[in-house]
Design a binder for this molecule. Structure first.
Ligand code: BMA
Length: 344
């Protein structure tokens, strides 16, 4: 579900084990689960290469469902569901692919499907899964609807290549559906928003957050991680930033806040990254130095965020934090947009 999270300013609201409000740049906003990595290829009921980048949702029965990207031993990926009562252990993994690529009917999936983001849409009483479909033209964005993560209605490609890192907002904005995504254009690899009357035809495209330049941690490219979190201060967005180095890219996470009724308007953007590859399972894998969330759930207290992330493109890990503490940090550490958007 996608609860609107009320921001309670009482320090007593900080859940045990989470950082107290200390709005300074070096505050530890996310705590890694001691059981990390939670899911690896050794857990899988059939032979695979790796499991990574999972969409996440709390089901009506209280289970956490992860829709995991599973890379087969061909190099191509499909999606597979894993369910757990506490979102940490006891995972029940579907015995076969839950959503395999279907290149016969959807040729845009000929090289597999990747990186799902799940949004529960109350108006449709369905989950919308935005995922990367990969084919000769490059990665594009496809959309599917499901009620149960057993059968899926595919809507096909909604953003042509090259585009990825997409999630649907859970409700219409001024009567239109809104999708955040990351096309690569002559302008660079920035985050955009687009609108649609019917989930099939998309327009009114607009850049909402730009990759910075030069020495910044989020120079080169950025993209949405998990679907935005609706809070009473705005849409809280965790995004990944990539800085290219001579030994490859480093994927780290940053924060931004967007206006609730104008999600194209960025209210705040954090200066420094808030989470990056540090542990051996994040630093070393099929692709080194990658943390890559595609989903989160919010705890029963309405504040604890369970952020599920792909680690080094090899496993799935969990870090928890407090939405209230994250918003307080962002408020104390944001940059003025005109400093980072030369055109603003
Ligand atoms: C991105 C996506 C992710 C991947 C990341 C790091 O472009 O392809 O699936 O985790 O690169 O390799």
């Amino acid at each position: 579900m996608n609860p609107i999270i009320p921001i309670v300013e009482s320090p007593a609201h900080t859940p045990p084990g989470h950082p107290k409000l200390r709005p300074c740049a070096d505050v530890q906003l996310f705590t890694r689960n001691p059981g990390n990595p939670l899911l690896t290829r050794e857990n899988w009921p059939y032979p695979i290469n790796s499991v990574l980048n999972a969409g996440a949702v709390l089901l009506a029965d209280g289970d956490t469902l992860l829709l995991c990207r599973v890379e087969e031993r061909t190099g191509l990926s499909h999606l597979c569901a894993a369910r757990s009562a506490n979102g940490v252990d006891g995972w029940r993994i579907d015995p076969q692919p839950t959503l395999p690529a279907n290149p016969r009917e959807y040729p845009e999936e000929i090289w597999g499907i990747e990186d799902p983001r799940i949004t529960y849409v109350p108006e449709l009483e369905q989950y919308a899964v935005a995922y990367t479909s990969f084919a000769r033209g490059g990665p594009g964005v496809s959309l599917a609807l499901t009620k149960d993560f057993i059968s899926f209605e595919r809507l096909g490609v909604i953003m042509q290549p090259e585009d990825k890192d997409a999630a649907l907002l859970p409700r219409r904005i001024d009567g239109r559906w809104a999708l955040i995504h990351r096309p690569v254009t002559a302008l660079g690899a920035h985050m955009w928003i687009s609108y649609s009357p019917d989930l099939r035809h998309w327009g009114s495209h607009k850049i909402i957050l730009e990759a910075r330049r030069g020495g910044w941690w989020d120079a080169n490219k950025i993209g949405l991680c998990s679907p935005p979190i609706e809070t009473d201060k705005g849409w809280l967005v965790i995004y990944h930033g990539v800085r290219q180095t001579v030994s490859g890219g480093i994927y780290r996470l940053g924060l931004a806040l967007f206006d609730l009724e104008r999600p194209d308007v960025c209210l705040q953007r954090g200066n420094s990254w808030v989470f990056g590859p540090e542990t051996p399972y994040e630093r070393c894998g099929d692709v080194n130095d990658v943390v890559f969330p595609c989903g989160q759930t919010i705890g029963a207290d309405g504040d604890t965020i369970y952020m599920y992330y792909g680690a080094a493109d090899s496993s799935i890990a969990l870090a928890t934090g407090s939405v209230r503490a994250i918003l307080a940090w962002l408020d104390a550490n944001h940059v003025r947009l005109k400093d980072v958007h030369p055109s603003a």
